[in-house]
Design a protein around this ligand. Sequence first.
Ligand code: HEM
Length: 408
Amino acid sequence: MADVLTDRLPLFPFRSPDDDPFTPVTAADLRRLDGPVSRVRLPTGGWTWLVTRHADVKQMLRSDAFSADMTRPGFPLLRAAPPQVTRNRQGGFIRMDGSEHLRLRRMLTAEFMIRNIRRIEPLIAGVVDDALGALQQAGPPADLIAGFALPVPSLVICHLLGVPYADHAFFQERSSIMLDQSADPLLVRDAAAGLRTYLGTLIEAKRAAGDPGDDLLGRLISERVRTGELEVGELVGMALLLLIAGHETTANMIGLSVLLLLQRPQVWQRLRDGDDETVDGIVEELLRYLTIVRTGLPRLAVRDVEIGGRLIRAGEPATALLSLANRDDDVFDDGDAFDPYRQAHQHLAFGFGVHQCIGQPLARAELRIALSALARRLPGLRVAADPAQLPTRDMSIVYGLAELPVTW
Ligand code: HEM
């Protein structure tokens, strides 16, 4: 755009105020926004329209005027890819549009339906129980991220997919690099290639076995790969997406939630004593208030479209900022306040529209089971550090705490 002096635009992604990891943007950055749909500068040198109101974010995410395909020129990237690298999107349907996206997503819908997740709740409870047992046995102090928040969702997704948890150090390190928007692009390329090779070898071994196993990857091999509906490379991409999305997200939600709850003893007690419905209400408010996908959802306009009174032209980038939409006072009274009694279910923490999170029933079940078990088993849990000094993952697509020292 000829009239844009990109250098003068506020730099995105935003950071939390130094002493408050729960607030997604500083008052100073907020003041620099020129309305609810305004331009911000990207670290890659370009800019994007930042869409911040709840109604506008919903309109944007359900509109077919926007593409999620990051290989399109002009897509709002936070991190540059080295020119010699062609991004391998195969199977990664989160970055696909239309029928290409639907075909792959539909192969997973039944697996993540609420009734199927209900069936694995005993497994989740067992994993949580074991992790708490190990934490108690090792004794305080402990890092709640390494000792609880990460292993629980990681063990669950490994079990569901049929990926050996023994390899978790390998894939956790690489998936964290892939999500880190400040990581060196060459490192990102190597991390992605390493994970693809790892999953490819695992899938080939399952395929070579007469019975590929009764886990998600095994079922997809028997029901889709062997019938010719799904290529092995596509299955590798789907597995990669599920492995990353399946443990990083819930893990960061658990860590941040615990930090917040320990600063609110009454809510902590309510979590400990409440029934499933009470705990579900607290989880929904945590999802809204913390909105861990802080860097927003990037898209590219494929035709002219008006959002929030602004004309976004074909070829222009736009980013739906879920964290601000989830604090929109038009939808949530006093949206900046954490209120475990409110009806938070309209939140957009799982996105909206065709790409809305497929794993949300699983994430909700993990959060309900993990947080209530933690409050019951360790009622005297407390943070063993200054909360304002805790290291945060500001440049990751999934925001969270790198460490959470606790004692009890
Ligand atoms: C609290 C935890 C979670 C949060 C906040 C979260 C958030 C999101 C968001 C915002 C999107 C939309 C992305 C977009 O539109 O560009 C998404 C998509 C997705 N999520 Fe989650 N997620 C969570 C847990 C999970 C889990 C546990 C899984 C899987 C096992 C999962 C798998 C996926 C997949 C596969 C997509 C892509 C869906 C599509 O493109 O059709 N997520 N998630």
